[in-house]
Design a protein around this ligand. Structure first.
Ligand code: AQP
Length: 331
């Protein structure tokens, strides 16, 4: 909590073109907090370099992610929108919190295990300590709520453990954050392997629907989505592909699962897949239109980044000074 106002904090890595998983699991839900909370939404570029990035692409995606935040309804006047590497307090606190995080805790993180498998030639220390940097992002702003997809819940829980350990030694340092997982878009799965999370870094572009895909591409990808040999549109165990498409359709249309089952009674998977593609395109075309306008104005985006970084740094410095004083650093 900052000055009696509750704080919401979240971020997205500019590590690839953003997917409808990032949209439904995270970004779409961010603006709901703007009225009630002091909101910090960050483009977490320091996290992104835990995996090798092409510099020009990282730079381009950093602008694009910020433009998407705004296009998805985050008003820079009401929310602090900024780039992580512009506020050095994040990495400074991360070093301190590294000294309060156990090797065993980090070894248990599912994302570390998954990414180590995926990037076996680059299992760097940053990939291992990723959750500590994330804890630092969250704790710097005395955050109350962290809206994330369910894949990040384990990291927020570790953040709570780190905060608890620190607060036990140095009372009243950090606010205890709560993860907020949106029920509907909690875990959007790959269209090619529906038991696997849809990820922006997936090498198979047909497995992923990007927020910026054009309408025809969206529809084509949904048509090709892996389902099963059944023909009934019904949410059931073992029907991972259909369950995923029903979740996506429900998120974009606001319809419940039973309403969807009724709507497609007597119709086949083909009709259903087309409807999912159209609902996705209908929801995202206006976002794309705004995105293009915002992205065209680079000076505006740089102004937003600068203002956001100044605001964020003000609050971050307060927490960092408090932490340093408590630790016994001469400041
Ligand atoms: N498939 C998903 N379903 C629901 N939520 C998702 N999120 C990501 N994928 C899904 C949520 O999006 C936010 C930003 O994610 P991130 O960029 O910090 O990293 P991530 O979770 O590692 O996302 P990706 O797309 O899988 O990126 P890469 O491929 O680079 O690792 C988070 O709140 C996340 O929960």
């Amino acid at each position: 909590m900052l000055n009696e106002q509750k704080v919401s904090y979240s971020g997205v890595q500019p590590s690839g073109n953003l997917t409808i998983g990032n949209y439904l699991g995270a970004i779409k839900n961010f603006s709901a907090y703007s009225e009630l909370y002091k909101c910090f939404y960050c483009v977490v570029d320091s996290h992104a370099i835990t995996v090798r990035q092409v510099p020009a692409e990282l730079r381009r995606r950093t602008y694009e992610t910020l433009a998407l935040y705004i296009a998805c309804g985050l008003d820079p006047e009401k929310n602090t929108l900024y780039v992580q590497s512009h506020v050095p307090a994040h990495t400074e606190l991360a070093w301190i919190l590294n000294c309060f995080t156990m090797f065993g805790e980090l070894s248990r993180m599912t994302q570390f295990k998954d990414k180590s498998e995926k990037h076996a030639d680059n299992i760097n220390a940053g990939l291992f300590t990723y959750p500590v940097l994330m804890a630092s992002d969250i704790l710097l702003y005395q955050t109350d709520v962290v809206p994330v997809g369910i894949d990040q819940k384990q990291h927020v829980e570790l953040c709570r453990d780190i905060a608890t350990r620190f607060n036990q030694l140095y009372p009243d340092t950090f606010t205890m954050p709560e993860p907020i997982i949106s029920k509907s878009g909690m875990r959007i799965m790959s269209l090619a392997e529906p038991t696997k999370k849809m990820s922006k870094s997936d090498e198979n572009a047909n497995a992923v629907v990007y927020i910026l895909d054009d309408k025809d591409t969206m529809i084509r990808k949904f048509k090709r989505a892996v389902t099963d040999s059944d023909t009934v549109v019904k949410y059931a165990e073992g029907k991972d592909g259909i369950n995923n498409l029903m979740t996506i359709y429900s998120c974009f249309t606001g319809k419940t699962i039973s309403e969807i089952e009724k709507e497609f009674e007597g119709k086949g998977y083909g009709d259903f897949k087309l409807a999912v593609g159209e609902a996705c395109a209908d929801a995202l075309m206006p976002v794309q239109e705004k995105f293009r306008q915002i992205l065209a104005d680079k000076a505006y985006l740089e102004e937003v980044m600068k203002k956001g970084a100044d605001e964020a740094a003000y609050y971050a410095r307060k927490t960092l000074s408090k932490v340093k004083r408590k630790l016994g650093f001469v400041i």
